[in-house]
Design a protein around this ligand. Structure first.
Ligand code: ADE
Length: 234
């Protein structure tokens, strides 16, 4: 799987993705290509942004520069990858989005905006002609799409069973079945005068599975009533 990131801050990558399982498998089970959008500026000052028409604060990324960068990125794929623009205006990223995106074996191109955003014409063009998706990682505004891109990449890599060292764990974890995950315990069996739940020491796999489902339901009901309502409906 090839993941291409288009950014004005290429030095931010691989960043967090260079560590732990994503880092160990980088270059083996997945490839990261980072493209500097500024390389596609055509004037001698390498201008990538300009003041907004109609006035107002901040700068807007130029449509011609972003379009050239996207064209170059897509030309490096034999099959059609997912094309994603990270923006707080996008559809909220969920575990189900990560699963869907990771299903595209060609990989993905992630466009990271900075400043006030990108000229709307190039966004509309790529949405219409290349099915570009706009994705947000939550209802808050960051300085740019780079950290959100890392979030999307990490969540997607977890669906690659070669990268995860335990195949079961994506199926088991929070959100996979619409519930939060059950609690975990390790040694010592008695810590701070608090015991590990007895069933976990029983060795009875059926009882343990039942207890974990009960706990997952209880925790979801308490902490995420929104998820609980949805779970009950399905
Ligand atoms: N860029 C800035 N804020 C963002 C967010 N919340 N999600 C995705 N991209 C962003």
């Amino acid at each position: 799987m090839l993941i291409t990131v288009l950014t004005l801050f290429p030095e931010m990558f691989p960043g967090a993705l260079a560590h732990s399982l994503p880092g160990k498998s980088l270059g083996k089970l997945w490839e990261l290509r980072v493209i500097n959008i500024r390389d596609f500026a055509t004037d001698k000052h390498k201008t990538v942004d300009d003041t907004p028409y109609g006035g107002g604060a901040g700068m807007v990324m130029k449509p011609d520069v972003v379009d050239e960068a996207l064209r170059y990125a897509i030309s490096l794929y034999a099959d059609v990858p997912e094309i994603i623009y990270m923006t707080p205006r996008g559809k909220t990223f969920k575990q189900s989005t990560a699963k869907e995106l990771s299903g595209n074996k060609a990989g993905m191109i992630i466009l990271c905006g900075r400043y006030e955003g990108i000229d709307q014409r190039v966004i509309d063009y790529w949405k219409t002609n290349h099915s570009m998706r706009e994705i947000s990682i939550g209802d808050y505004v960051l300085f740019g799409g780079e950290v959100p891109a890392m979030v999307v990449i990490e969540a997607c890599l977890r669906f690659n069973s070669g990268i995860m060292n335990n195949e079961n764990s994506v199926e088991d974890e929070s959100f996979a079945n619409g519930l939060l995950e059950y609690p975990h315990y390790t040694r010592p069996a008695l810590w701070n005068n608090i015991e590990v739940p007895e069933v976990l020491l029983s060795g009875n796999h059926k009882d343990i599975a039942n207890w974990r489902l009960e706990q997952a339901e209880k925790i979801t009901q308490e902490l995420r009533p929104d998820l609980w309502t949805k779970y009950n409906r399905t």
